[in-house]
Design a protein. Structure first.
Lengths: 298, 381
C-alpha cells in the first residue's frame, strides 16, 4: 500500500463512526435541542411568540412563577405523585416478580399470571385514564364494591373531591406503571445463581433472610437504575392527569406539566410557560446527571 | 464429626430416569471419600441428596446416626463447597465466611474471633475486607472452604471444587485440601470427574457409572484390582488398554497377536482356566508397556506395533500405537479421547526412548501385569 492510500484508509476509518451517527444527531438536534434552546430563549422574553419583536425580560417570568402559590402546589403534587408512584411501582413490581419467579407456583398458572400482570403496560395513558374514570365514578364499580364490604359508608367522588383526587390519580399511575419494574426485576431474579440460595439453605437462612441478604443486594443495580428512570419519566406525566382531572378540582391535582400547559394554552402566557418548562427541565436534568453518574460508577 | 451412611438410596426423576440406583455407601468418621465417575453418572446428584438439596426417592440416609432423609439442609449439620464457590459478590471475604454465624444471630465479637481464626488457617487474613471479584481463583476457593469450616460441621461435602482452577493451581489446592482435611479430621465427601484428584486425595474412592456404584476401595486397590473393565478403564491416565482375545492353551490370540501367559497367571487368576478356548478381554496399563530396545535386560515378550503419534511430556512420552488386536470399549465416555483415529493402544515410554512417529517397533509387555475380564459381563476374572 502506498503512503497516500494508507492515510486515506486511516481517514476513512476515523470518519466512519461519525457518519453512522450523523442521522440520529441531526434528528436529535432538530427535534430536541433546537426547541429546547428556543424555549429557554422564550423564558427570558416579554410576550414571546405573540409579538414579532419581544423585549428582553430578564428573570421576570421566573420571579412570577416562584411567587405563584399554584406553582408551589404543583411542585409538591408532582413530588408526591412521583415519589409514591416510584415506591409502589417498585414494591408491587418486586412482589409480583418474586411470585412469578417462585417454582412453587404451577407453571401454567405462572404463565397466565405473567400475561395478566403485564396487561396494564399494553394500554396507552388515554385508555388507562378512561378506564379509571369509569371505575372510580361515583356510581362506578369501585364505590359499589367498597360500600358492599363496608369500607366506605357513602359514595366517594374520587376524582372530583380535593381530598381524594391526587391519591386517585397517583393510584391510577401506580397501576399503569408497575409492569416495567416487574419485568426488569424478574429478569434480574432469573440471573441470580441458584447456588447462592442453596448455599444459604445449607447455612440455615430463612426465606426473609435470603430476600434481605441475597435477592435485594443482587437486584440493587436494577432497582436503582429503574427507580431513577421511573422518577424522571413520572415527573413529566401529563396525559393521565390531564384526562382524569385536568389538574383540578381547585388545583388539587395540578402537577408541573399541567401547570405549564395551562399557562401556555389557556392563559397564552407563553413566556411564563417557557420559564416553568425550564424549571422542569432543570429538575429532570439534575436527576439525569445523577443517573448517568451512577451508571458510570458501575 | 460423624459417619455418613447411605442405604439403598434411589433417585428417580419425573420422566422415570434413574439418576441413582440402589446406592449403598458408608463413609467412616473422619474419612475422606471421593465420589468419581464420568459426566452424568449421578455423583453430584448423590452429593446433593446428602446435602438435602435434592429429595431422596427411596432409601435411608444417616449422618451421625440420625436419619436425615426428611430434614432440611440446615438441620443436617453439613457444609458444602460448590463448584462455583457460590460466594456472595456483594459481601466481603469476612462477611462471606461469617454469613452462617450472622444468620444464626451470633454476636459480632464471636463472629470476628472465629472468622479471624479460619482466615489465619487459610492465609486469608489480609484479604478479609476484599470482595470476591478482587480475588484470584485459588483465593476464592479458599474463601469457599472457610465458609464451610466456620460452622464446624459433622461432614464436608465438596462438589468439584477445583474444576474452575487452572492446572497448576489445581495441583496446589489438591494438596492444601488434603492436608486441611487431615488436620480437621472432618468426614469429607468429595465429588470429582477427575480421576487424578480421586487417586491422590481420598482415603477411599467410590466409582459410579450410570447411577450404579461400581467399586469402593482405596486408590491403590482400585488401580491394581479393578472389579470390572469400566473401573479398569476409568482409573489411571491414560486409560488401560483393553483388547478382546481368545485363550488358546496358554496363549492369548488376538488378530495376528499372540501373548504367552506364564503359569503364575493361572495361579493368580484361577478363573481364567475356564475361559480356555473362549473369548476373554485382557487389559494392560500404558505404564506396563515398554520400548523393547530399552528393556532387553528384563526379557519381556514383545509384540509388533506401529507408532502413530507421540506426546512428549518431558518426564515421559505418551506413545500412541496401532497393534493388530481388537480393542474393547470400557464404557467410559472420556476414554475415547485417549485414542486417535489410527491408534488402538497407548503406552508410557521413558523419555530416553528413541521411537519416532510412523516407525514399526517391538513393544515389550509385562505379562504379569495383565488384567482379565469376562467379554459379556466385563467383570474381572
Amino acid at each position: 500500500m502506498t503512503r497516500q492510500k494508507r492515510s486515506h484508509h486511516k481517514l476513512k476509518r476515523a470518519v466512519a463512526p461519525y457518519l453512522y451517527l450523523s442521522p440520529s444527531l441531526l434528528i436529535i438536534g432538530l427535534l430536541m435541542l433546537l426547541p429546547m434552546v428556543t424555549v429557554i430563549g422564550y423564558s427570558f422574553q416579554n410576550s414571546a411568540v405573540l409579538r414579532r419583536d419581544p423585549s428582553f425580560a430578564g428573570l421576570k417570568h421566573y420571579q412570577a412563577i416562584f411567587d405563584d402559590p399554584v406553582f408551589w402546589a404543583s411542585l409538591w403534587h408532582t413530588l408526591y405523585f412521583t415519589c409514591m408512584s416510584v415506591i409502589f411501582h417498585m414494591t408491587i413490581g418486586m412482589a409480583f416478580a418474586l411470585m412469578l419467579n417462585s417454582d412453587r407456583i404451577n407453571p401454567t398458572l405462572r404463565n397466565i399470571l405473567r400475561v395478566l400482570y403485564i396487561l396494564p403496560w399494553l394500554f396507552t395513558a388515554v385508555i388507562i385514564a378512561v378506564i379509571w374514570r369509569l371505575l372510580l365514578e361515583p356510581n362506578g364499580v369501585v364505590n359499589s364494591i367498597l360500600m358492599q364490604i363496608s369500607i366506605i359508608g357513602s359514595k366517594v367522588e374520587w376524582f372530583s373531591s380535593p381530598e381524594t383526587a391526587l391519591h386517585a390519580v397517583t393510584f391510577a399511575n401506580i397501576w399503569a406503571g408497575y409492569p416495567l419494574f416487574m419485568v426488569s426485576l424478574l429478569a434480574g431474579l432469573q440471573g441470580i445463581p441458584k447456588d447462592f440460595y442453596e448455599a444459604a439453605d445449607i447455612d440455615g437462612a430463612k426465606a426473609y433472610q435470603k430476600l434481605i441478604f441475597i435477592t435485594i443486594p443482587q437486584l440493587m443495580p436494577i432497582i436503582i437504575s429503574i427507580s431513577l428512570l421511573d422518577f424522571i419519566w413520572t415527573m413529566q406525566v401529563f396525559p393521565l392527569v390531564w384526562i382524569t382531572t385536568g389538574g383540578g378540582p381547585i388545583y388539587s391535582t395540578e402537577v408541573l406539566s399541567t401547570y405549564t400547559y395551562k399557562l401556555a394554552f389557556s392563559s397564552y402566557n407563553l413566556s411564563q410557560a417557557s420559564a416553568s418548562a425550564v424549571v422542569i427541565l432543570l429538575i429532570s436534568l439534575g436527576l439525569t446527571l445523577f443517573y448517568i453518574r451512577y451508571q458510570k460508577a458501575r | 464429626m460423624a459417619e455418613v451412611v447411605l442405604e439403598n438410596i434411589c433417585k428417580t426423576y419425573g420422566n422415570n430416569f434413574h439418576a441413582i440406583d440402589q446406592l449403598n455407601l458408608s463413609v467412616k468418621d473422619g474419612e475422606f471419600l471421593i465420589l468419581v465417575g464420568p459426566s452424568g453418572c449421578g455423583k453430584s446428584t448423590a452429593l446433593r441428596m446428602i446435602a438435602g438439596l435434592e429429595d431422596v426417592t427411596s432409601g435411608s440416609l444417616r449422618i451421625g446416626g440420625v436419619d436425615v432423609v426428611d430434614m432440611p439442609p440446615k438441620d443436617r449439620d453439613i457444609a458444602m463447597v460448590f463448584q462455583s464457590y457460590a460466594l456472595y459478590p456483594h459481601m466481603t471475604v469476612f462477611e462471606n465466611i461469617g454469613f452462617s454465624m450472622r444468620l444464626a444471630g451470633k454476636p459480632k465479637a464471636e463472629r470476628k474471633k472465629r472468622v479471624d481464626e479460619i482466615a489465619k488457617t487459610l492465609q486469608l487474613t489480609s484479604l478479609l475486607d476484599s470482595k470476591p471479584a478482587n480475588l484470584s481463583g485459588g483465593q476464592r476457593q479458599r474463601v469457599a472452604m472457610g465458609r464451610a469450616m466456620v460452622r464446624e460441621p459433622a461432614a464436608f461435602l465438596m462438589d468439584e471444587p477445583l474444576s474452575n482452577l487452572d492446572a497448576k493451581l489445581r495441583v496446589q489446592m489438591r494438596a492444601e485440601i488434603t492436608s486441611l482435611q487431615k488436620q480437621l479430621g472432618v468426614t469429607t465427601i468429595y465429588v470429582t470427574h477427575d480421576q487424578t484428584e480421586a487417586m491422590t486425595m481420598g482415603d477411599r474412592v467410590a466409582v459410579l457409572k450410570g447411577g450404579v456404584l461400581q467399586q469402593v476401595d482405596t486408590p491403590k486397590r482400585l488401580y491394581e484390582s479393578p472389579v470390572n473393565a469400566f473401573v479398569a478403564g476409568f482409573i489411571g491416565s491414560p486409560s488401560m488398554n483393553l483388547f478382546e482375545a481368545t485363550l488358546t492353551g496358554d496363549e492369548l490370540m488376538s488378530g495376528a497377536l499372540a501373548i504367552r501367559l506364564q503359569d503364575a497367571a493361572f495361579v493368580r487368576r484361577p478363573g481364567l482356566k475356564s475361559y480356555a478356548g473362549r473369548k476373554v478381554v485382557f487389559g494392560i496399563r500404558p505404564e506396563d508397556l515398554y520400548d523393547s530396545s530399552l528393556e532387553s535386560g528384563r526379557k519381556y515378550q514383545t509384540i509388533p506395533a506401529k507408532v502413530t503419534s507421540i506426546e512428549e511430556l518431558g518426564s515421559e512420552q505418551i506413545v500412541h500405537l496401532d497393534i493388530d488386536a481388537v480393542r474393547v470399549d470400557s464404557g467410559d465416555p472420556d476414554a475415547v479421547q485417549d485414542f486417535g483415529l489410527a491408534s488402538n493402544a497407548v503406552a508410557k515410554f521413558e523419555p530416553t526412548s528413541k521411537v519416532r512417529s510412523g516407525s514399526e517397533i517391538r513393544l515389550a509387555l509385562d505379562d504379569t501385569k495383565l488384567h482379565y475380564f469376562d467379554p459379556e459381563t466385563h467383570l474381572a476374572i
